[in-house]
Ligand binder design. Structure first.
Ligand code: AQP
Length: 344
């Protein structure tokens, strides 16, 4: 006899995502995440948070954390998130994230977390010195998503494994507590040309806020001079660009720069190659730098404009937190009843 498929989640479609206030936002965050948030807000109810609970999995200076939160919020606004449409809020202002994460810590299995490659990458050889929070980070991420019963999660390719874990946690909770369809099994929205932007210094490492070399990334706040310099110094190879995409295979740095150009221009990588075939990086890099300045420059200007008025950012975040809590609090109350807590 085959087991019956449990009923699917029947609630509304909802988007949730966020970014950690753990450093300067870069081109990878922009193309892998922020661009998608801005587009999706017009299609599906959208919740976008600033992940300050996640940020403290690595040491953050308490005197700077609030400012870092405002900087991420300013980046959201500068890239086109509209607080009248999307709910924008700081994670720590909605305590239900942490409360649900505890319940999920008791649902997730150690073996599942042991397989998370991002922890292995970040912890490196010294995992015993890392915070327990860094290890259980994907469980908090599952709570971030499921406290809103979000169905779609726009993220870069690096987060795909964490989204699989979220689905496993949702399915196990629904099964163990006999509440089929209670939590949705959310989908990662990773498609798109900017899903995996690599470091400008090493085509095999992802562009990252925490890379010690500032030359590895283009920051949203970089001015035209900085962008020009970083593109000029980006690692490449001496070969001219080929006509066909398949011939870029194995040339990781070249592939990355073509991918960045394509994502910024809203074109396919093949289309870009067709234009630059036969040319070397001496000709290609200035074109890439001009394009990056034309796209990123206005975003940096807008960020600085928002940051000049922190009271307005705080107003957006406070209002967003109230709207987020209006959804999260009743969802958490349901979980308390389902789990059988005394305070249910
Ligand atoms: N290189 C990348 N290419 C495409 N997308 C990326 N993202 C991050 N790096 C790239 C996406 O940006 C969103 C926010 O990421 P985060 O700040 O919450 O954490 P992260 O993935 O750990 O980003 P960083 O820059 O690498 O930060 P650090 O160095 O602090 O760990 C996510 O959707 C992510 O996929």
């Amino acid at each position: 006899m085959t087991e019956a498929t449990p009923p699917a989640f029947a609630g509304p479609r909802r988007v949730l995502s966020g970014v950690q206030p753990s450093g300067d936002l870069h081109l990878g965050n922009y193309l892998g995440a922020l661009v998608k948030f801005t587009r999706l807000q017009h299609e599906i109810e959208t919740f976008i948070f600033v992940a300050d609970l996640h940020a403290i999995t690595a040491w953050q200076d308490p005197a700077k954390l609030k400012t870092q939160v405002r900087e991420i919020a300013a980046a959201y606004l500068a890239t086109g998130l509209d607080p009248k449409i999307a709910t924008i809020f700081p994670q720590s202002a909605v305590p239900e994230h942490a409360e649900l994460a505890w319940v999920f810590n008791c649902v997730a299995r150690l073996g599942w977390l042991d397989r998370m490659t991002q922890f292995k990458d970040k912890a490196g050889k010294h995992k015993e010195r890392e915070s327990v929070g860094l290890y259980t980070y994907p469980v908090l991420q599952a709570a971030d998503i499921l406290i809103y019963k979000a169905t779609h999660v726009p993220v870069g390719e690096d987060q795909r494994q964490h989204l699989e874990l979220t689905r496993d946690i949702a399915a196990k909770f629904n099964h163990d507590f006999a509440v089929p369809g209670h939590f949705p099994l959310p989908e990662a929205l990773t498609e798109g040309p900017g899903a995996r932007i690599m470091s400008l210094r090493d085509g095999t490492a992802k562009m990252s806020k925490s890379d010690p070399s500032d030359y590895s990334r283009i920051n949203l706040t970089d001015d035209a001079d900085a962008i020009n310099q970083k593109v000029r110094k980006a690692r490449t190879d001496p070969e001219p660009l080929p006509e066909l995409l398949v011939d870029l295979k194995g040339r990781t740095e070249a592939e990355n720069l073509i991918g960045i150009y394509a994502a910024l221009a809203g074109r396919t990588a093949q289309d870009v190659l067709t234009e630059f075939a036969g040319q070397g990086f001496g000709a290609f890099k200035p074109k890439l730098a001009d394009l990056a300045v034309s796209v990123m420059g206005p975003i940096g200007d807008e960020m600085r404009r928002y940051l000049a008025d922190p009271a307005e950012i705080d107003r957006v975040l406070t209002e967003g937190a109230e709207r987020a809590r209006a959804v999260a609090a009743p969802n958490m109350a349901e979980v308390r009843r389902i789990v059988g807590f005394w305070a249910g």
